[in-house]
Design a protein around this ligand. Structure first.
Ligand SMILES: [Zn+2]
Length: 212
């Protein structure tokens, strides 16, 4: 399940009262939400039955617990949900640093070690290249790892990162099939939070849960 601006700010820094925030979250997906202190790295946490997760650092959560919602938040970074017929699911927060650090590779490896065979992905929205001017020195290592499709141009013709292209390239190399792709730019399309475009402190989210 994907939330947007119209669902309100559901992120960990939401300023609204706890009961309001909880009601908002439960209207998107019921159950005890588990999420991490996202740190733009490649940390993967496997959710055990009593793991509350709060306070743990990482950018991807993997679980085999039926129906347990794992959640990632963003305001421009890519959100990737992963599932397998074997009941292993994951949610990953993928900004450019996490992509380069290999968070998707680490998540897929962890899922396979938990018993996943085939992997299927759902992609949330993320900032598009037309709105994502990017420094040459930061583009180079990403291009070296994921190929020329990550290099793009902004609407004004400056160097830009195509984050979605990098995510798709990483998933393809991991033999992950894409079941849906919310191919929208968070910065210039309505309905999403954007740090880059508006300094939004709010967050939309992607919730993934295995079948109960
Ligand atoms: Zn845009």
């Amino acid at each position: 399940m994907l939330s947007g601006v119209f669902d309100g700010d559901v992120g960990p820094r939401s300023s609204c009262a706890m009961e309001v925030l909880e009601a908002r979250r439960q209207s998107i997906a019921s159950g005890r939400w588990r999420f991490l202190n996202q740190s733009h790295g490649n940390g993967v946490v496997v959710l055990s039955p009593e793991e509350p997760c709060f306070g743990r650092e990482g950018d991807a959560l993997v679980t085999t617990l039926p129906g347990a919602p794992v959640v990632v938040f963003a305001a421009d970074c890519a959100l990737v949900g992963l599932a397998s017929p074997q009941g292993v699911v994951a949610a990953a927060h993928v900004g450019w640093r996490s992509l380069l650090a290999g968070v998707l590779e680490a998540t897929a490896m962890t899922m396979r070690s938990e018993g996943a065979a085939q992997l299927v992905a759902v992609l949330g929205p993320c900032i598009g290249p037309e709105c994502y001017e990017f420094g040459e020195s930061d583009l180079e290592p990403l291009e070296a790892r994921y190929g020329p499709s990550v290099r793009s141009k902004t609407a004004e013709g400056r160097p830009a990162l195509d984050l979605r292209a990098g995510v798709l390239r990483a998933l393809e190399a991991l033999s992950v099939s894409i079941s849906s792709d919310e191919a929208q730019c968070t910065a210039c399309r309505p309905g999403w939070f954007s740090w880059r475009a508006r300094n939004d402190t709010g967050r939309h989210c992607l919730v993934v849960a295995g079948e109960r």
